[in-house]
Design a protein around this ligand. Structure first.
Ligand code: NAD
Length: 271
């Protein structure tokens, strides 16, 4: 659904000229197998909607200053509208330094502190892709969160925290749970909507959710080559009114939102 939306938006008119919103640079450092899969999927989806994407693969031993210099070059290139650095990075590279070097107007992941600040006050150009995809999905299925109890499990900067802010923006009553939360089950059993992003296979079980709850599973856990979410899907499905599968639920929407952010970046940079 969202991918088709992006495909339509990818061709726009600027100064009476029809142009294709191209120019996404994806940088990957090292050999992390999961990251390689994510980057391959991003490239595939970019090709599908006609974006001109560039994957730049750097070796594991790339120095931080080399990576920062590359980002600097991409910041200046007019044919590149969005820059994404696949995380996690090798331990010797400071992720914050990398995120801070990406020009905020090309920061299609919305991780730069300037963009994070905009999200905090509800005035933004980009939204982080995973929570933005989840909000699109809720909208698509006419699931209103206004006045509902929503529990977000996980407080990462890329999923949990922005997810909570976006639900709050839509008038939900939001609780953020994390590894130090006590009596998690008491919170989730009361929740109308549970979003889980912790990276622990089948962590949310049937006894933790209430009948008719909406369950959004962000987790991606690879065990013996098989992908599992953070939810015990087979059993929780029986109680949930809606539930997202892994794979095939939140993941594809994340990439669709990345493409949408690239279109937005293109439009903003061509104003
Ligand atoms: P993270 O790995 O940075 O942090 C994990 C979070 O889970 C922490 O905030 C921690 O407090 C919390 N946590 C850990 N154990 C817990 C417990 N027992 N009870 C409650 N909370 C607990 O988080 P992340 O980067 O948001 O990733 C989480 C998962 O989501 C991973 O599996 C990741 O692969 C997946 N992910 C998927 C997508 C997608 O597009 N589908 C995007 C991003 C992340």
């Amino acid at each position: 659904m969202a991918l088709q939306l992006v495909a339509v938006l990818a061709i726009i008119v600027v100064d009476n000229e029809i142009r294709v919103a191209h120019g996404l640079a994806v940088i990957i450092v090292g050999e992390d197998p999961a990251s390689q899969v994510y980057v391959r999927n991003k490239k595939k989806d970019c090709d599908e909607v006609g974006f001109n994407s560039e994957v730049i693969a750097l070796p594991e031993n790339t120095e931080e200053k080399e990576l920062l210099a590359l980002i600097d070059t991409l910041n200046k290139r007019e044919d590149i509208h969005g820059i994404l650095v696949q995380l996690p990075l090798p331990k010797h590279i400071n992720e914050d330094a990398v995120i801070n070097t990406i020009s905020p107007e090309k920061d299609v992941d919305a991780f730069h502190p300037e963009n994070v600040g905009h999200i905090m006050i509800g005035d933004y150009t980009f939204l982080p892709c995973t929570p933005a995809g989840i909000m699109e999905m809720l909208k698509f299925y006419n699931i209103s969160v206004a006045g509902k109890k929503c529990v977000v499990i996980g407080r990462s900067n890329i999923v949990g925290k922005p997810m909570a802010l976006m639900l709050l923006e839509k008038n939900a009553t939001v609780t953020i749970a994390h590894s130090r939360t006590k009596n998690l089950k008491e919170l989730t059993k009361e929740a109308d909507v549970v979003v889980v992003a912790i990276g622990k296979a089948k962590f949310v079980t049937e006894d933790m959710v209430k009948e008719g709850a909406v369950i959004v599973d962000v987790g991606i856990n690879r065990i013996d080559g098989v992908l599992y979410g953070d939810v015990d899907f087979e059993n929780v499905e029986k109680k949930a009114s809606y539930i997202t599968p892994v794979p095939g639920g939140v993941g594809p929407l994340t990439i669709a939102m990345l493409l949408l952010n690239t279109v937005t970046a293109f439009i903003e940079q061509n104003k």
